[in-house]
Design a protein around this ligand. Structure first.
Ligand SMILES: [Zn+2]
Length: 321
């Protein structure tokens, strides 16, 4: 946010030597997200050597969604870090309380320790920057640096292999995570995989309770815990349909068809999720009828975007899928 505004900035507090050394490289990495930054004169009040960590615990960010559930279930994780103010609005205490109940059940089942934090970073920064495509990686990285001392490694769940391969769409990535590893700690992006591969693997691992309790919705239309109608809800229902699993998480539609997908108005980055799942379904030869519906829907979305004169790069991606 400081880089967007420019000018003088003073860090009033301690900063690690490692972070100080890497600031210019972090700025270089952030500029890949299509951002024109202003120059910054920074002054740091106290630079300290990295910490001598005595324990080697592993933490992972956890919202209860598919990506963080997959990371928690497929890695040896000691702590689940859940943050009010990230995918749930800082002021939305009712939704947060409902999510916490779900997270506590999951942590009990997986024998992990829950850590709950809150931040108003999005409340302050969203009017200036895009959370999804610019700064969520640095926000997670900053929190990783202030977790309890026993935590040596913090995992950031991956989002999408396809999206991660497109510079400028995803405000995080393994290189940025590496630069944010400071104070003697490691911050690591979990292996990039498609959402459909994650559901498929969790299903084959027999993680029914984890898949049933997913909380994927972040639009929460009409204030619902999981609305079943927003892009993320429809996308996840689609992924359950592709996978052929006999169950799904609560409130998600039973059958997703051509009409459901056609009714979506996806953004450019959301289109990548539809394309990536379609490609994986084709590779794994899953649900041929559904694939046909999705392909037709993608073509209609493509035609609609052509009429609306949307960016050419989106059309190119759609047509090549
Ligand atoms: Zn929803």
């Amino acid at each position: 946010m400081a880089l967007k505004i420019g000018g003088e900035i003073e860090f009033d507090g301690r900063t690690s030597e490692g972070l100080d050394r890497k600031i210019d490289a972090i700025v270089g990495e952030l500029s890949k997200f299509g951002f024109k930054y202003l120059s910054l004169n920074r002054s740091i009040s106290l630079i300290e050597p990295d910490l001598a960590l005595t324990d080697h615990k592993i933490a992972s960010f956890f919202s209860g969604g598919l990506d963080s559930t997959f990371t928690a279930e497929t890695n040896l994780v000691n702590y689940l870090v859940s943050v009010r103010g990230f995918d749930i609005e800082y002021q939305n205490l009712d939704l947060w309380d409902a999510a916490v109940k779900n997270i506590l059940k999951f942590s009990k089942k997986t024998k992990t320790n829950p850590l709950f934090l809150s931040t108003n970073i999005r409340h302050i920064s969203n009017p200036i920057l895009s959370w999804g495509s610019v700064y969520h990686g640095t926000a997670l990285g900053a929190i990783a640096m202030v977790l309890p001392l026993g935590i040596e490694t913090t995992l950031i769940p991956s989002t999408s292999a396809l999206l991660a391969s497109k510079p400028g769409y995803l405000g995080t990535g393994s290189h940025l995570c590496d630069l944010l590893s400071n104070f003697g700690r490691n911050t690591i992006t979990d292996k990039e995989q498609s959402r459909l591969e994650k559901i498929d693997l969790l299903g084959r691992m027999g993680k029914e309770y984890a898949l049933r309790s997913l909380r994927v919705c972040w639009e929460n239309l009409d204030g619902e815990y999981q609305c079943g109608r927003c892009f993320k809800c429809i996308l996840t229902a689609l992924e359950f349909d592709y996978s052929g699993l006999p169950y799904r998480s609560s409130s998600l539609a039973e059958i997703v068809n051509f009409k459901d997908v056609l009714g979506l108005r996806p953004s450019i980055s959301q289109c990548f999720f539809l394309i990536e799942d379609y490609r994986v379904a084709r590779k794994l030869n899953l649900n041929r009828n559904l694939r046909r519906s999705v392909k037709l829907s993608l073509l209609v979305i493509c035609a609609r975007s052509f009429v609306a004169n949307y960016p050419k790069r989106w059309l190119k991606q759609l047509l090549s899928s």
